[in-house]
Each structure stands twice: as C-alpha cells, then as structure tokens.
Write a protein that binds this ligand. Sequence first.
Ligand SMILES: Cc1ncc(COP(=O)(O)O)c(C=O)c1O
Length: 324
Amino acid sequence: MEIGPPDRHRVIARQQSYHGNTLGALAVGGNAWRRAKFAPLLVETSHVSLCYEYRGRAEGETSFDYGQRVADELATEIERLGPETVMAFIAEPLVGVTLGAVSAVEGYFKRIREICDRYGVLLILDEVMCGMGRTGSFFACEQDGVAPDIVTIAKGLGAGYQPIGAMLCSARIFDAIAGGSGFFQHEHTYMGYPMAAAARAVVKTIDERGLIARVKAQGEKLDAALRDAFAQHPHVGDIRGRGLFRGVELVSDRASKEPFDPELGVAARVKKAAFAAGLICYPMGGTINGRRGDHILLAPPFIISDDQIGKLVDKLGTALADVV
Ligand SMILES: Cc1ncc(COP(=O)(O)O)c(C=O)c1O
C-alpha cells in the first residue's frame, strides 16, 4: 500500500502449517481441523505443498529435485492468482506443532526466495517456534541460506516465560513506510509494553552465555541419543529436526510408513504416559493431513545437560513402550 501497486492483497501459505490462532494467522494456517470451526470468518488463502521429504519425495527423486518441485508450486500458484494480486508467501522454516520439527531439503528455500523476488512477493518466515536460537542458529532460516522480508519471533524471545512477540522487517519495508505515510498502522493497547526490556535481556543472555553454540552441541547429542534409542524401533518412522528442536514420527509399520489408526489416539496417549514418566513433551496427531499420523515434538531448554538428555530419552522410551 505504501509503494503500490494497490491490488496486492493475496497471501499464499503451505498446507499443514500453523501460524497462530487469531483470525489472520489462522487464515494463512493450513491445518484443516484448527481452521474448520472458524472457516466462514477466514480470508481466502491459497495453500501449496510443504517440503516434507519423509512422505513427499517420490521414489527415485533426489532430495534436491523434490525441494525444487514443491517450491515451484509457489510460482504456479502466483501465476494462477495473477502475480499483481499476490502480496506475500508465508512459511515456517521448520514446521513445529503440526509436523514435528520438519526442515526443508537443501535448496528449497533458496528457490522460494528466487520465486518471491521474481514476482515482487514478500517472503514472510514464521520463526515463532523455531527461531531465537532453538535450531542452533539465531534464526532458523540462516541454515537455509535465505533472508526473509519479514520474520516473526516470540516464544524464546521471552525465554518461554514472558508473553511477548515481535515482527522484524527489512530496511526496504521500513523505509517504504517511513518515507511514505510515516505511520505504522498496527497499534495495540500494549504496544508500549515494558517487557520489551526483558526480551532484550533474553537476547543479550543468549549471546553472552554462548547459548546458540550450546544448542548446537547439545542438539547433536540429543539427535545421537534419539537415534541410538529409536532408530530401529518398529514404530518410529522418522527422527528429524535441528539443534534442540527434534521430532519423532510414529508409524504402525516402518516399511510402508503406514500411520496408526487415528481412533487409537496414539499422540494423546504418549503425552499422558510421558507426563507420568516425568517428561513434558509435545505429541500431536494429524501429522500427515490434519487427521492421520502421529509425532512427538521435543524442545528442551538450551541449558539441558548431558545427563538430562539421557533421562529425556529414557523417559520417552518408557512412554513409547507403555503405549505401543
Ligand atoms: C509457528 C507458530 N507461529 C505462531 C504461533 C503463535 O500463535 P498465537 O498467535 O496464537 O499465539 C505459534 C504458536 O504455537 C506457532 O507455533
């Protein structure tokens, strides 16, 4: 609106993504059951495929080619809608709650960036869950070799305790507003929230205590421990993620990747059993299409010790044994 053309209003997002529970965020989210109740209130959004190698890559296709193929769906959708009507594309660099720490394959986000640039579409990355050092770099997208036009951060910004979120934008966007109307029309009651000072302290602490390097080191140990314990487990289909953001996908059959019957409520049972064993984790059902599939999301504190990594994996093993 500040720079024209004025027709750009459409947002393209990805299936199975989650961007929050307020109307705008829910509308761009692609998770069917979360949207269903509020469907009449949601602005129309297009949803293209995610990059979910474990289930999406075709037989004989390389990882790279798979990533390019699904990224190209964005260009097709922009063309279908009319490039002059598309405002932005939004995605989570690692899909958190709905998929369980799924990162994109090499080259996917670079291709997405190229497509956005080609059509003048803004790239918005939602790092509410995967940002703030969680994956072993301050922004998760650093590891994908791209920079967005807008990025959202929250959760870790308040060290997980203080409710605070933020959006950051490139100088190009800032300057367009500053040099245009000069008015950022998004004020809220708490826009002068003093807790922004606490968030600054969190950022400073992450930096001064070298916590991102620690996330990387402990993340590798967590990954190794999960693989040691579950790589051969008959009901673990995939172990994935980066840093201290890891996911385990559960299946009823490893070879065919067949999920458990949703009626069994495996994720909910794992949550209960893990809690009873002394582990708070984030199991979720509906991994594949909002209904089928189960995964467990693990996001321990950045200060987790080696001993605690062992305990985490033991307790998860107890919960899995209990349920499956
Ligand atoms: C990726 C992602 N974006 C955004 C949000 C924020 O949601 P809300 O705005 O409802 O707090 C979440 C919450 O879990 C999330 O996982």
